[in-house]
Design a protein around this ligand. Structure first.
Ligand SMILES: O=C(O)Cc1cc(O)ccc1O
Ligand SMILES: [Fe+2]
Length: 437
């Protein structure tokens, strides 16, 4: 089933103050909250940060809508999303110390919409204290129809691996395909529609500070992700009066309420709190120009900082096409023990530390202070290969790296695609010591 292509327009730039109207003159001029808004719209502010957050972090938008949100979310009943777990409230967490790897999760027979399709793999930190994240696999096999959702606990960084999604949000429409990502801020209402066929992907549900662009330090003013490559949708609205259902995730629990209309009724908006997308192939990597393998922080696309300088609540990094040119160097990642936890997923191609066992749709978790590195086969090849310039092509892996340990869910621990003998990928590393005993 191929959906007609929506008219998609985006505004360029990261974190900009934007303004957009689906009907001419819908934005009030010169003030946010006039006595009467154009077209009889209601004015509503959505705050992504506290009112008094410092100006450089302060996020809020003004929405001009057919009805205020209070009619779209009230009289809540408890609802279920049994495989969607949250940090601090997942009582099922299982032993998480170790190296873990899973193959791609096959599409199930059941029809799953976006909410039903979230399967939490790991949780970290704690949802109510706004620290940490959870990592979800996502399998969507049907569109949301007359169903809407918002996540009051965290922003959603969506990473498609197979198939795309069309997010119809309060702020407009965002289509994402494999190779792209989108971020749906905390509290933004949306429905997720399938594009052509089922969609598989990953989500980082970030409970901490909203994602921002990393500082570039001595790299200078350019490279990595360029702010202008981030795209925010223009206003599009539904004016649909019929029974619908609103789902809300709040404090790790799920709630639902019946509503008499679509909540995607924002005719115009302005501000700096809005969803956005980014094509990961626009990322401009920096790398070793002479020797040695730099830390993977050079590949950070977005960072959610914590209160400790340089110690992210979560960093989103990618391993994409690039040249390897380092001389007299072991070029894949080194063996390492990281204070931070590392969840990885493969979108397409091969990953140089695990060229065989880590396939597209696969995921791995190397937890905080748990040693890992190239598998025995990768070590063997990289130790004797001729060091001519080599292009890593048609490859895209990503990492959610957090200061918090990531705790496996029971679902992840019992997944059929969990590789029980993953840590044997290092068993064949030989003793190479040449010193005398
Ligand atoms: O473990 C991994 O594969 C991710 C990773 C890549 C890299 O180039 C350096 C360190 C690191 O953790
Ligand atoms: Fe690592």
């Amino acid at each position: 089933m191929t959906r007609p292509e929506p008219v998609l327009r985006y505004m360029p730039g990261f974190g900009n103050e934007c303004e957009t109207e689906a009907l001419p003159g819908a934005l009030p001029q010169g003030q946010n909250s006039p006595q009467n808004c154009p077209y009889g719209l209601y004015a509503e502010q959505v705050s992504g940060t506290s009112f008094t957050a410092p100006r450089r972090q302060n996020k809020r938008s003004w929405l001009y809508r057919i009805r205020p949100s209070v009619l779209h979310a009230r009289r809540f009943q408890r609802a279920e999303a049994p495989l969607w777990r949250s940090g601090g409230s997942d009582s099922d967490s299982v032993a998480s110390a170790g190296q873990f790897r899973w193959g791609a999760i096959p599409f199930p027979e059941q029809k799953l919409n976006f909410i039903e399709g979230v399967r939490t793999i790991a949780t970290a930190g704690e949802v109510d204290s706004r620290r940490g994240l959870s990592v979800h696999a996502l399998l969507v096999t049907r569109s949301m129809t007359d169903q809407y959702f918002y996540d009051a606990d965290g922003e959603l960084l969506v990473v498609p691996q197979q198939g795309g999604l069309d997010f119809f949000t309060e702020f407009g429409r965002i289509v994402v395909e494999p190779g792209e990502i989108c971020v749906l801020p905390r509290g933004v209402k949306f429905k997720a529609l399938l594009r052509d066929g089922p969609m598989r992907g990953f989500i980082c549900e970030n409970y901490g500070a909203p994602f921002s662009l990393p500082n570039l330090g001595p790299i200078g003013a350019n490279c990595l992700a360029s702010p202008l490559d981030f795209k925010t949708p223009v206003a599009v609205f539904e004016d649909i009066e019929k029974p619908c259902c609103m789902f809300v995730k709040w404090g790790g629990d799920f709630f639902a309420c019946d509503i008499a209309r679509s909540p995607l009724d924002v005719v115009a908006w302005r501000g700096n709190y809005a969803p956005y997308k980014y094509d990961l192939r626009r990322f401009c990597p920096i790398g070793a120009a002479l020797f040695d393998h730099p830390d993977p922080s050079i590949f950070t696309v977005l960072t959610s900082p914590s209160e400790i300088e340089g110690t992210a609540n979560v960093d989103f990094a990618i391993f994409s096409d690039r040249w390897l040119v380092a001389e007299h160097t072991f070029r894949p990642p080194w063996y390492h023990v990281n204070a931070m936890s590392e969840f990885m997923g493969l979108i397409y191609g091969r990953y140089d530390a695990k060229p065989q066992g880590f396939g597209p749709g696969g995921m791995s978790l190397h937890n905080a202070m748990i040693p890992h590195g190239p598998d025995a086969a990768a070590f063997e090849i990289a130790s004797r290969t001729e060091l001519k310039p080599e292009r890593l092509s048609d490859t895209l892996a990503f990492m959610f790296e957090s200061r918090f340990p990531q705790r496996l869910t029971k679902y992840a621990a019992e997944l059929d695609t969990l590789e029980k003998d993953y840590s044997d990928c290092w068993s064949e590393l030989p003793k190479r010591f040449t010193g005398a005993a």
